[in-house]
Design a protein around this ligand. Structure first.
Ligand code: FES
Ligand code: FES
Length: 151
């Protein structure tokens, strides 16, 4: 059976094994390399994508399990007002160091602000907790999310 995924606003017929984790299909078949692979074990947050507006880890769940869902990767985040504000705030606050975790964090922040336009520190911390940053950028990320909420 053919697998079709709706990614970044359009349908893609997928030729990879449907059991392949979504992140590999995004990166290797669709060439959307902005979604990063870190642990591959749902432990670091690097692979987060938006699925029906929610931040979802993509490194373990099969591509087939995302059929019929609205998937948006970091490549499309800037097409929404919230995503644009989050990206601009990350730049303004220098919230990326090596940048490996950044796509996942931007996805998480965009998802959060879609649900809570003015989140408090607790809500921001909860949303970002699944995301590990080995460079220690968390204070700047926190400031960026607040700036994005207030602009
Ligand atoms: S690569 Fe998916 S959570 Fe680490
Ligand atoms: S900026 Fe390097 S891992 Fe977060």
């Amino acid at each position: 059976m053919t697998l079709t995924l709706h990614v970044n606003g359009r349908d893609h017929v997928i030729t990879s094994d449907p059991d392949t984790p979504l992140a590999y299909v995004l990166r290797d078949e669709l060439k959307l390399k902005g979604t990063k692979l870190g642990c591959g074990l749902e432990q670091c947050g690097a692979c987060a994508v938006l699925v029906d507006g929610q931040a979802v880890l993509s490194c373990v769940s099969s591509a087939a399990s995302f059929a019929g869902r609205d998937i948006n990767t970091i490549e499309a985040v800037g097409e929404t007002d919230i995503g644009r504000r989050v990206q601009a705030a990350f730049v303004a606050q220098s919230a990326a160091q090596c940048g490996y975790c950044t796509a996942g964090l931007v996805i998480a922040a965009t998802s959060l602000l879609g649900r809570h336009p003015l989140p408090d520190d607790t809500a921001i911390t909860e949303a970002l907790t699944p995301h590990i940053c080995r460079c220690g950028s968390h204070p700047r990320v926190l400031r960026a999310v607040k700036q994005a909420a207030e602009t």
